[in-house]
Design a protein around this ligand. Structure first.
Ligand code: ZN
Ligand code: ZN
Length: 239
């Protein structure tokens, strides 16, 4: 075991299989050459197609890939990691969490207090009550999308620990330059270590410097992201 090694994972990345602008081979090359990530999860909207493609290329690179999906439930987004099959959009949060567990996956609530987050409209008390009824593993307390700055600070404050929920960070990257700008610190160095670290509630969310630059790039990319979304509309539309 690598008891004192800590590594970085970006657990929230979109490719052109949903509304991201980069193709999977471009993402793989970028991660290898331009980041210090040890693990990435490809989490396209409502498909694991791109994630499976990335997984098939894993041997060519020095980091590991987790097959993930950002599922559109009837009340917001849920990320499933370590999936084998695509989980259909349009189910309730509880049904979606059950489907993730059935596959032996890990469920993460991304951007929990954003408009597309499942806790979007809830106050603090309701949040704490709801948390007890839902069987998810981790809350994404840091998401790099610029307009979520406020929601991130709410998420970080709401996350008080002691609820058996791990804290993760992800970039929600839709462009290459965004990858790794939000990340999860975990003990160990590979995907298996990451999973153990999530189960042991020792993961931490982190953000890299250069955030403003990335924010500007993201803003300039929005029209292209919207065009890409329209190309994959059935996958990406809000539910
Ligand atoms: Zn989302
Ligand atoms: Zn996303």
């Amino acid at each position: 075991m690598h008891a004192d090694t800590w590594s970085k994972a970006d657990l929230h990345i979109h490719s052109n299989h949903s509304d991201g602008l980069a193709r999977i081979p471009e993402i793989m090359d970028w991660v290898e050459k331009r980041t210090d990530l040890s693990v990435i999860a490809i989490t396209d909207h409502n498909t694991i197609e791109g994630a499976l493609f990335a997984k098939s290329l894993e041997d060519l690179y020095g980091f590991e890939v987790i097959v993930g999906e950002e599922v559109s439930t009837r009340s917001g987004h849920i990320i499933g990691l370590w999936l084998n099959e695509t989980i259909p959009a349009g189910m309730s949060v509880v049904e979606t969490l059950a489907a993730i567990h059935e596959q032996g996956g890990v469920a993460i609530v991304p951007h929990p207090f954003s408009p597309r987050g499942i806790f979007g409209p809830l106050g603090r008390t309701e949040f704490l009550n709801t948390v007890n009824d839902l069987a998810f593993h981790a809350l994404e307390v840091y998401n790099s999308i610029p307009y979520l700055v406020w929601a991130n600070s709410v998420a970080a404050k709401m996350f008080t620990g002691g609820q058996g929920i791990a804290a993760t960070g992800g970039s929600d990257a839709h462009v290459l330059q965004g990858i790794g700008t939000g990340c999860t610190l975990f003990r160990g160095s590979n995907a298996e270590d990451l999973r153990r670290s999530i189960e042991n509630l020792e993961t931490r969310a982190s953000a890299t410097r250069g955030g403003l630059n990335v924010a500007l790039r993201y803003t300039f990319s929005i029209p292209r992201i919207r065009r890409q979304r329209s190309l994959n509309w059935e996958r990406c539309k809000a539910r």
